[in-house]
Design a binder for this molecule. Structure first.
Ligand SMILES: Cc1cc2nc3c(=O)[nH]c(=O)nc-3n(C[C@H](O)[C@H](O)[C@H](O)COP(=O)(O)O)c2cc1C
Length: 212
């Protein structure tokens, strides 16, 4: 079993990466493989609302010139997903939002029923709305959210700060342990014949009227 850890920061080896590395270490010590992915520094296009992906069930974004489809492919191959974001103006950083909107809209099926967690790194404030924002992608995608012993956040301006955030690092280790436990439970359930539920056909309305 493998967990994909996506670093949404433009700083590859910044604070978010320290937090993700701590989760990865914990997962591996509990028998789960990990794969680190970085969003990179190249421009990431926002969703154009063309809905080509939805119409064709393509599981790919029509725009193939940035990191989005590569991340969908990695998510398809993973059993669990963790997404780390630096806090920008008390929310997820812009490039990561651009990527997540398209990843989840085009690649929703690649995420369904996979345990997930969003983690936030801030100098000081805005972590909880950032975590809430990340959780929105998971909840609409039928992904169980993995808990820790606190909301999953670390603090720092530089990676060295995060290495001194003893509570933050513990939150990351507990998160890794809990995700490993959840994945082992899902595996045991599957071995006992319990598969993910067959979901009903989605009902789409504009509040009360069917969409034409
Ligand atoms: C554009 C921008 C906006 C930021 N906004 C916030 C903020 O609202 N609250 C905060 O505590 N830190 C803020 N920060 C600081 C980063 O969130 C913080 O240093 C984070 O740990 C950096 O993670 P990274 O090294 O992985 O990029 C901001 C940084 C930038 C560049």
């Amino acid at each position: 079993m493998k967990v994909l850890l996506i670093n949404g920061s433009p700083r590859k080896n910044g604070c978010t990466s320290v937090a993700l590395a701590e989760v990865a270490k914990s997962l591996e010590s509990h028998g789960i493989a990990t794969e680190a992915a970085w969003i990179g520094n190249d421009p990431v296009r926002g969703c154009q609302a063309c809905r080509t992906c939805a119409q064709k069930g393509a599981r790919r974004c029509v725009f193939d010139d940035d990191v989005v489809n590569r991340l969908i492919e990695k998510a398809e191959a993973a059993d669990g997903i963790i997404i780390g974001s630096p806090v920008y103006y008390a929310g997820v950083n812009g490039a990561l939002i651009a990527a997540l909107d398209r990843m989840f809209y085009a690649g929703g099926a690649a995420f369904a029923f996979k345990p997930a967690a969003g983690i936030a790194s801030a100098r000081r404030a805005g972590t909880t709305p950032t975590i809430d924002q990340l959780n929105k992608y998971f909840l609409i995608s039928r992904m169980p959210i993995v808990p820790s012993n606190y909301w999953p956040m670390v603090h720092g301006s530089l990676p060295e700060d995060v290495t001194q955030d003893a509570e933050g690092l513990q939150i990351m280790r507990v998160l890794g342990q809990n995700m490993a436990w959840m994945l082992h439970c899902i595996e045991a359930g599957r071995a006992a014949g319990i598969e993910a539920p067959q979901t009903e056909q989605k009902v789409f309305t504009n509040f009360i009227r069917p969409l034409s």
